[in-house]
Design a binder for this molecule. Structure first.
Ligand code: GLC
Length: 429
C-alpha cells in the first residue's frame, strides 16, 4: 500500500531543490556514439569487450564535476551505476564486468558519491533494469537487446529469475556499501518486463528498508501505465514521474486532478552518453527557461552531462552550466522552494511562486509597461528586480486606465536586463 504521508515527508527536499545533474558515463564513452551504441549497431559482447580492456579515464576527478554542478545551482545528482550495457561503474562482488577490473582500477561510483556529498549535493544512482551483457537477460526476440535478431541466439536458454536475483543483489550492494543514498533511478520497464517481472515490490521494500528516506523513480512500471496516474499507486510506483526529453504541456496530474511530483530529464545536446559528433547543444538561455518552465508547472529538471572516455565533461556542457550558474546566482529564489503560481501564464514568460512571493519571469520584453497578472494593487507589499533588489515602480497613467491589471516599469531600454530571463519578485501582503 502506498503511504501518502510518508511520501510527502520524504519528498520535501526534492520539491524544494528542483534542479539536479544527470550523469551518463561508462564504456560507451569510448565509441562515443551514445549509450545505445550496442543496441543500435548490434554490437556483440565480444566486439564490445575491447572497450572494457581499454577503459582508463585518466582525467576522472568527480570533485570538478561536483563543483560545476554546485556552481550551476544544481542541488542533487544522479549517476549511472550500471547502464543497459551491463557495465558496472561500482565494485560489485556479483560480476567481473566492472570498472575495478578495467585499467581504471577504481570504484567510480564511490568516488562520485564522496565528491558530490563533499560539495553538499544529494546523491542518487541510476541503475539499468536492462542488461545486455548478462547471459540470463533475454537476447533473441527482445525489443532492444543487441543480439535480438541474431539467429545464433535463437532458442538460447535464459534463466530470467536468476537475472532478477542478480539485479536485486546488485541493488542491495548499492544500498548497503555507499552510505546514505538520496535517489534510486531505475530504468526502464517495457513489454512484459514491468512491475513484478522485476519482483518490484520485494525490490522496493528492500531499497526502502536499507535506505529509509530514499526517493525512487517511476520506471519499475511502464511510463504510460504508471499507477500513480490512476490515483491508486502500487507500492513500487515510485515517488515521482520521469518525463523524458519533453516537458509536460500542463504539468502532471492523476485521474482525480491531484498534482503529481515529476522530474523532466533532459540532455544538453541530443545524447545521454558521450557522442563526439553531437554538437547540437541547447543554448544556456533555453535551458534556463526550461528549468523555469518545469518549476512553473510544479516539476523538477534533471539536466544531463555525458563525460568522455577520459572522464571529462565536454567543454560545451561546462560553458552552458557556467552560464546557468550566473543566472541562478542572483535568481535562485525564483527556483528553490517554488512551484506553480495558480496564475495564468503571461504572454511575456512564466510565473513561479513560493509562499506569498510571486516571481514573474520575463523572457520577452513588453512594450512600455509590464502587467502583473493575477495580483491586485492592494495585495502588493513590494516589487523588486530579483537580480539586483532594485525597486520597480508601479505605474498608473493614461495608458493603464483601461485595464484592471497592475503595471510596473522594468526600465527605459527595450532590451531586458537579462535576456535569458529577467525576474520580477512581487512580495504579497
Ligand atoms: C532512456 C534511454 C536511456 C537513458 C534514459 C534517461 O531510457 O534508454 O539510455 O539512460 O532514457 O532517462
Amino acid at each position: 500500500m502506498f503511504d501518502r504521508q510518508a511520501h510527502a515527508q520524504r519528498t520535501q527536499w526534492f520539491v524544494n531543490d528542483r534542479f539536479g545533474m544527470f550523469i551518463h558515463w561508462g564504456l560507451y564513452a569510448i565509441p562515443a556514439r551514445g549509450e545505445w551504441v550496442r543496441s543500435v549497431e548490434r554490437i556483440s559482447n565480444e566486439e564490445y569487450q575491447r572497450y572494457f580492456h581499454e577503459f582508463n579515464p585518466v582525467d576522472y576527478d568527480p570533485r570538478t564535476w561536483a563543483r560545476l554542478a554546485k556552481q550551476a545551482g544544481m542541488r542533487y545528482a544522479v549517476m549511472t551505476a550500471k547502464h543497459h550495457d551491463g557495465f558496472c561503474l561500482f565494485d560489485s562482488k556479483h560480476t567481473d564486468y566492472k570498472a575495478t577490473n578495467t585499467p581504471a582500477g577504481r570504484d567510480l561510483v564511490r568516488e562520485y558519491i564522496e565528491a558530490f556529498r563533499a560539495e553538499g549535493l544529494k546523491v542518487g544512482l541510476y541503475y539499468s533494469l536492462l542488461d545486455w551483457h548478462h547471459p540470463d537477460y533475454p537476447h533473441y526476440g527482445d525489443a532492444h537487446h543487441p543480439m535480438r535478431e541474431n539467429e545464433l541466439f535463437k532458442g538460447a536458454q535464459h534463466n530470467f529469475g536468476r537475472y532478477v536475483d542478480y539485479l536485486h543483489a546488485q541493488v542491495r550492494e548499492l544500498c548497503t556499501n555507499y552510505g546514505k543514498l538520496d535517489l534510486m533511478w531505475f530504468d526502464f520497464s517495457y513489454g512484459e518486463l514491468f512491475g513484478e517481472a522485476w519482483r518490484a515490490t520485494e525490490l522496493v521494500r528492500m531499497v526502502r528498508s536499507l535506505q529509509p528516506g530514499i526517493l525512487i523513480d517511476n520506471r519499475l512500471e511502464e511510463a504510460a501505465a504508471n499507477s500513480m496516474l490512476s490515483g491508486e499507486p502500487a507500492e513500487y510506483a515510485g515517488d515521482f514521474l520521469s518525463p523524458e526529453q519533453l516537458l509536460p504541456p500542463q504539468g502532471m496530474f492523476d485521474c482525480n486532478g491531484n498534482p503529481l511530483l515529476w522530474e523532466a530529464c533532459i540532455t544538453l545536446n541530443n545524447n545521454w552518453g558521450y557522442c563526439h559528433n553531437d554538437t547540437y547543444y541547447k543554448p544556456a538561455s533555453m535551458v534556463i527557461r526550461k528549468l523555469v518552465e518545469c518549476v512553473s508547472k510544479g516539476g523538477n529538471m534533471l539536466l544531463n552531462v555525458g563525460p568522455d572516455a577520459r572522464g571529462r565533461i565536454p567543454q560545451a556542457s561546462v560553458r552552458i552550466l557556467e552560464q546557468m550558474g550566473e543566472w541562478m546566482a542572483v535568481n535562485q529564489d525564483a527556483i528553490y522552494g517554488c512551484g506553480h503560481a495558480d496564475i495564468d501564464k503571461p504572454d511575456y514568460g512564466r510565473v513561479t511562486r513560493n509562499g506569498n512571493t510571486l516571481y514573474f519571469h520575463v523572457t520577452e520584453n513588453t512594450v512600455g509597461l509590464l502587467p502583473l497578472l493575477g495580483v491586485e494593487r492592494s495585495d502588493i507589499r513590494s516589487v523588486r528586480l530579483l537580480a539586483t533588489g532594485a525597486e520597480l515602480p508601479i505605474i498608473e497613467d493614461f495608458r493603464t486606465a483601461h485595464y484592471n491589471n497592475v503595471f510596473v516599469k522594468l526600465g527605459d531600454s527595450p532590451i531586458l536586463p537579462d535576456e535569458a530571463d529577467t525576474v520580477v519578485a512581487v512580495m504579497l501582503r
